[in-house]
Design a protein around this ligand. Sequence first.
Ligand code: ADP
Ligand code: MG
Ligand code: MG
Length: 252
Amino acid sequence: MLKIENLHVRVAGKEIIKGLDLAVNAGEVHAVMGPNGAGKSTLGNVLAGREGYEVTEGTVTFDGVDLLALEPEARAAAGVFLAFQYPVEIPGVNNTYFLRAALNAQRKQRGEDELDSMQFLKRVREKLAVLHLKDELLHRAVNEGFSGGEKKRNEIFQMALLEPKLAILDETDSGLDIDALKMVAHGVNAMRDAGRAFVVITHYQRLLDYIVPDFVHVLADGRIVESGDKSLALKLEEHGYAWVADRKLAGA
Ligand code: ADP
Ligand code: MG
Ligand code: MG
């Protein structure tokens, strides 16, 4: 589904991603872990198509299509969900209105009919039920005055509404409490299926107690330096990231 080969990315004139390879198949959950400043968020941002991230080498394909050639909206229409492509706060804009606009923009790009209010509310109710969420966030302005946990809840709700094929979640800076962590995990777990994949970028092993990944990768200094199953996350928790670097130096 997603194939990243020899990716090199420059930010503000400095190379941050330095030859990264990653392949994600449908049905899989991949965790990307790594020390601060390794380039995890940069990877997310470049997949989101954010401005200021210059790809100097390498390829990224999604279902065989050159993802890097697509505008952010076209990436969303193709089924890629990137939490951070959405504005942080939009004062004065009702969240329900915003979510419907986001969903209908995606449908329009795909040449599908827009959902009317009734159809949209039906979809909203379905997703609220699946996620065990209340509708209180829907009536407020987009993310305005939302706590970190509420923003995260809203992000997971957006993800559920848009039903992506590939969801990329960057949890690093969210400072989640245990309830928000469980909520994110429940949202991901409820949506796991054979046709969908997740890339969960995280710095905390704790999240992976709730979202059990099929693969764990360590991103350090702009590359994937180690990959394994979920036990790799536990080894990292025990030994720290320096352990991976030391093993590499020792030629292990
Ligand atoms: P991580 O998410 O793994 O902690 P980031 O991808 O946020 O790491 O950052 C990787 C490196 O790129 C850091 O050294 C950071 O300072 C630098 N960097 C990221 N974004 C920018 C930017 N917009 N301008 C300058 N440097 C940046
Ligand atoms: Mg290279
Ligand atoms: Mg980060």
